[in-house]
Write a protein that binds this ligand. Structure first.
Ligand SMILES: NC(=O)c1ccc[n+]([C@@H]2O[C@H](COP(=O)([O-])OP(=O)(O)OC[C@H]3O[C@@H](n4cnc5c(N)ncnc54)[C@H](O)[C@@H]3O)[C@@H](O)[C@H]2O)c1
Length: 417
């Protein structure tokens, strides 16, 4: 539904106005001449109202559900879909059918078949579906790609890539929060690591031909609850010794609270205390209804004989990605803070310092570069979005197949698509 001209801003409808949408809309706030919010669809009243006020949307541009929006769609160039993962497929298919270009948060959908159907529908309709794989816009990951592509270290032989999820992120998101159950979102490998598999495919420019995976929900289960523990951290006699305490995370440290809405007239303190007493985020980690894994490994063999050893660990203090790339003429080791490049013969060791980027908002600016790339793609049709759906389905296929391997204990061979 191309409605803007080169001189006008690209217009976008946001479906879901939570954490991710706010990141992308920051670009509209900074560059109103390039991107304009034309409407919002959000079930949460506070978030709908806040977004409408921030961008001056009239009531007729605000919707509580996407069915009513698609019944009478507003003119706009694109739709941004940043709802939870069980609410990606349906609005995305409706947006494609209505002729909008789409910016879709990852993961694409909840099954491989749904991912392929979105890809096919976009192709049939001739619309762009971009997937928000932000690592391809992140300066640290781009530098790794540039070094590998330069050929100075020869060819890749093997890669070892670790996602240290971090205990706080894990207990908040994958035990108490939105990503705790596969049926609501996806298996953890897909929710958390489709980014990483996408990065590894981008880096190696190869196809995965075989994989196997292992992992389980080992620790955050009822049988591991300490005998004296209580159902809620706020009532728990051993809370002060517990590394998973919600009181410590949200109340003492005021961490991971950005998704706690503060209703008019309430204070943050009251909201946190209410959550600790009665909300999902106040629950003991051993007494939640979570079912996603807390550790998983995947071994991959690529069609250029590169081997990849991938690991996702929840039990880490830090929250970072570590990559070790062994090439024919040297090696690259990085942990998002530093990137060390060493040649086997000749040349000085080079160390790039990325620590300054760690605290930078918007994934070190990558979120804003991603939305800018999408706006560029819509403004100039010859510009190609870096992470279009066609580039993204394969990484999802690997994640879904790894899940199959984990559950069946079988090595999976992937045919060429
Ligand atoms: N690219 C990344 O780096 C990255 C990072 C985090 C999350 N994500 C993905 O972004 C998506 C959104 O995550 P988030 O962190 O913004 O979550 P969020 O909970 O902050 O925001 C989602 C919003 O969608 C709203 N919503 C739910 N169902 C809806 C419906 N049917 N219609 C309209 N609105 C609805 C919720 O009320 C909420 O405000 C998820 O798919 C998540 O996996 C991507």
């Amino acid at each position: 539904m191309n409605v803007s001209t080169d001189a006008e801003p690209v217009t976008i409808i946001a479906i879901g106005a939570g954490n991710r949408t706010n990141k992308y809309l920051e670009y509209a706030a900074r560059h109103p001449e390039r991107l304009k919010l034309a409407g919002v669809v959000e079930i949460n009243e506070i978030r709908r109202r806040t977004t409408a006020e921030r961008f001056g949307l009239e009531p007729e541009r605000c919707f509580t559900d996407y069915d009513s929006f698609f019944a009478n769609p507003l003119p706009a160039d694109a739709v941004l879909i940043a709802t939870p993962e069980n609410e990606h497929f349906e609005p995305c298919m409706k947006a494609i059918e209505a002729g909008y270009d789409v910016l879709l948060e990852k993961p694409i959908a909840q099954t491989l078949s749904e991912c392929c159907r979105i890809e096919e529908a976009a192709r049939r309709k001739g619309v762009i579906v971009g997937v928000c794989h932000v690592l391809r816009y992140h300066p640290y990951f781009i530098r790794i790609k540039e070094i590998v592509d330069s050929g100075e270290l020869g060819e890749i032989i093997s890669i070892s890539h670790l996602v240290a999820v971090g205990l706080d992120r894990t207990t908040h998101g994958f035990v108490r929060g939105m990503w705790r159950r596969e049926e609501i979102t996806n298996p953890m490998l897909i929710s958390k690591c489709c980014h990483d598999i996408d990065f590894l495919l981008w880096l190696t420019e190869a196809r995965c031909r075989k994989l196997s995976s292992f992992g389980s929900l080992r620790w955050f289960r009822a049988e591991n609850a300490p005998a004296q523990s209580a159902a809620r951290c706020i009532d728990c006699p051993i809370e002060k010794q517990c590394p998973y305490s919600a009181v410590d995370l949200y109340y003492n440290r005021r961490d991971w609270i950005s998704n706690f809405d503060i209703p008019a007239g309430a204070t943050l303190e009251e909201v946190i205390l209410r959550e600790l007493r009665s909300g999902d985020y106040g629950r003991c980690v051993f007494r939640c209804d979570n079912d996603v894994v807390d550790h998983q490994i995947v071994s991959m063999e690529m069609d250029n004989d590169v081997t990849i050893s991938f690991s996702m660990d929840a039990f880490t203090l830090g929250d970072q990605r570590e990559t070790h790339i062994r090439l024919t003429h040297g090696e690259i080791d990085g942990d998002e803070r530093t990137l060390r490049v060493r040649k086997f013969r000749g040349g000085e060791e080079r160390v790039y310092d990325f620590s300054g980027l760690l605290e930078k908002p918007f994934h070190a600016g990558a979120d804003l570069l991603l939305i800018e790339d999408f706006v560029d793609t819509l403004s100039r049709r010859e510009h190609r979005f870096r992470t279009a759906i066609a580039n993204s389905v394969e990484s999802h296929r690997i994640c879904f197949e790894a899940e199959r391997s984990r559950l069946t204990g079988q090595t999976v061979t992937l045919e060429e698509r």
